[in-house]
Design a protein around this ligand. Structure first.
Ligand code: HEC
Ligand code: HEC
Ligand code: HEC
Ligand code: HEC
Ligand code: HEC
Ligand code: HEC
Length: 250
């Protein structure tokens, strides 16, 4: 947790805009709008400051675009008390996971309580994400997708790359550099592996394959597959039907 001393020092007085002349000296139409905005901010800041008895510090680097006195309400709900945060209104990628029960966030017991895990106002360099125990040591079972066989122990970014992200999720993701996001992968093998059977053996690859070696496919009883081999097909060597390679697509 951040300690109070490391927090950057406040600019509350300046933000309140209550130094003499701030609003009075501005007479243009634009000035009127600015004065209106300051009034809203002043009311809001007053409410927050009274409750918290502390002043906010600088926002983290990923949220720099939202620093400034007029942007407090991007995150803080006005009129509902300072505890209400509006993170999900902007982070629709997380909202979507929570509402559909998919992904890591949907599994957290305190999932609505964003600031329990993502603290703010601790300065630009304070990390918003805290990996437990570390990024590399992250227990992938927490996502509901176990890393088995050759999948265990490889670098996160061999799988978590921009090209593997589902097209339907991509536009929702706020992370500007898609190499850094962990969202949007599908567990379907064909997300990352070519299907040399070109769909003819179905999408359930683990019916015949494991996570160690594509070659050691279990012997197939073709009469039990969706494509029973009859007549001429039965005489075609398996090899013809399995051209291609297991190299993941990049
Ligand atoms: C990017 C989102 C974001 C923006 C923008 C933002 N805040 Fe915050 N603010 C937070 C979060 C998250 C917390 C809770 C921090 C924690 O628990 O560590 C917080 C906490 C606070 C608190 C302490 C409240 C408490 O109960 O401890 C105050 C005061 C505050 N913010 C004021 C402001 C002001 C004033 C602005 C505009 C200058 C602002 N915030 C802009 C996210 C934001
Ligand atoms: C108005 C939109 C907006 C709001 C509100 C907002 N965020 Fe963000 N957030 C962003 C954007 C944009 C990024 C990506 C920035 C980047 O990639 O440089 C981001 C990044 C993040 C990240 C990833 C940080 C990282 O290390 O890359 C986390 C975690 C996060 N936000 C949590 C929150 C929480 C919690 C709140 C509410 C207190 C919140 N955000 C409010 C827009 C928003
Ligand atoms: C129990 C802790 C916890 C809570 C509560 C939590 N998060 Fe997170 N959040 C994490 C962890 C761990 C990660 C890193 C894994 C990841 O990226 O999915 C993360 C990542 C993120 C990211 C970056 C996602 C990416 O990879 O692009 C965003 C944005 C975010 N959280 C927003 C939120 C919002 C909004 C809420 C509240 C609705 C919230 N979080 C609640 C722990 C939490
Ligand atoms: C073999 C490929 C693979 C590797 C390696 C891998 N992941 Fe994943 N990861 C996935 C897949 C697939 C999913 C989506 C699972 C699902 O939705 O059922 C996922 C999901 C996640 C999620 C949840 C995202 C969400 O939508 O909430 C996080 C967080 C995550 N991985 C972190 C990591 C980290 C950290 C590492 C490295 C230590 C890593 N992964 C390594 C394949 C991989
Ligand atoms: C999100 C991406 C991703 C998904 C989804 C995925 N894999 Fe992988 N898989 C990888 C990566 C990356 C490697 C390691 C790359 C390498 O060996 O060069 C790998 C390696 C393998 C290997 C070892 C290959 C070898 O020659 O060493 C097998 C077998 C395998 N995966 C099977 C599967 C099966 C079966 C599924 C579906 C149930 C699946 N994978 C889903 C990314 C993925
Ligand atoms: C009904 C069983 C069956 C299903 C389902 C199946 N395969 Fe196969 N696959 C095989 C057999 C048999 C081989 C040949 C193994 C050998 O070389 O001895 C094979 C070979 C492969 C190879 C290795 C090709 C080579 O020559 O290097 C890859 C890669 C592969 N399958 C991927 C997939 C993927 C991806 C899926 C799912 C979309 C899938 N398979 C579904 C039975 C199946």
């Amino acid at each position: 947790m951040p300690n109070a001393a490391s927090r950057e020092k406040p600019t509350l007085m300046a933000l309140r805009g209550n130094s003499p002349g701030t609003s009075a000296s501005i007479i243009s139409r634009r000035g009127f709008v600015l004065t209106g905005a300051l009034a809203v901010v002043t009311l809001f800041l007053g409410a927050l400051a009274v409750q918290a008895q502390i002043s906010p510090g600088a926002l983290s680097h990923p949220h720099q675009d939202f620093s400034g006195a007029t942007q407090c309400t991007s995150c803080h709900a006005v009129g509902k008390g300072s505890a209400d945060l509006k993170c999900k209104e902007c982070h629709t990628e997380i909202a979507a996971e929570i509402s559909t029960g998919r992904g890591l966030h949907s599994r957290f017991a305190n999932k609505q309580d964003c600031s329990k895990c993502h603290s703010e106002h601790n300065g630009e360099d304070f990390p918003l994400i805290h990996w437990q125990p570390s990024l590399k040591g992250f227990d992938h079972n927490q996502t509901g997708y176990r890393l088995e066989g050759k999948h265990a122990g490889i670098d996160c970014n061999q799988c978590h790359t921009a090209v593997h992200i589902q097209a339907s999720v991509k536009p929702l993701i706020k992370m500007k550099d898609l190499r850094k996001t962990f969202l949007g992968l599908s567990p379907d093998c064909v997300t990352c592996h070519e299907d040399p059977h070109r769909g003819q053996l179905g999408a359930n690859c683990v019916q015949c394959h494991n996570f160690v070696d594509w070659k050691s496919a279990t012997k197939i009883d073709h009469s039990k597959t969706r494509f029973p081999l009859t007549g001429l097909h039965a005489q075609v060597a398996c090899g013809r039907a399995r051209a291609g390679s297991g190299t993941p697509r990049r």
